[in-house]
Write a protein that binds this ligand. Structure first.
Ligand SMILES: [Zn+2]
Ligand SMILES: [Zn+2]
Length: 139
């Protein structure tokens, strides 16, 4: 399963990269919208999408990892990241889903920005199995 690029809609426009102010490309992975910056390889996920990806099935996580390529990322950073939805400066945060990977999160809307490589770290199978053991009864 390969992530499909989708066109932004008028009521759901493309978001800009938190670091580069350039429109990100949107991909649909099993119903979850993943926005990816072609410059830095960073990934933007709206509130709840990171959790949905981490808890999704193996194929979905594998498809999401296909989007997370750091090999064609030429610039790691431009300026301090701001939320592409509301302009709030993002703050470094450890999410509940992967407490030992730091990402940048918006305290206003709950979206998260992941640098190249971080989505893979978030969705690796070993971790998903680990979290399942931590939260019995939760899918
Ligand atoms: Zn970028
Ligand atoms: Zn926000």
């Amino acid at each position: 399963m390969c992530p499909k690029p989708i066109e932004p809609r008028r009521d759901d426009p493309a978001v800009n990269c938190p670091r580069h102010d350039r429109p990100m490309r949107r991909f649909m992975v099993a119903g979850i919208e993943v926005d990816r910056c072609g410059i830095c390889g960073g990934i933007w996920l709206d509130k709840g999408e990171l959790e949905a990806l981490v808890e999704s099935d193996k194929q979905t996580r594998a498809a999401a990892r296909l989007l997370d390529r750091s090999d064609d990322a030429d610039e790691a950073s431009d300026h301090a990241p701001v939320c592409p939805r509301d302009g709030t400066p993002l703050v470094p945060m450890r999410t509940a889903v992967k407490p030992f990977v730091e990402c940048d999160a918006c305290t206003a809307c709950g979206g998260v920005y992941l640098d190249a490589g971080e989505l893979s770290a978030m969705t690796d199978t070993g971790f998903a199995d680990w979290i399942r053991r931590l939260m019995p009864g939760r899918r």
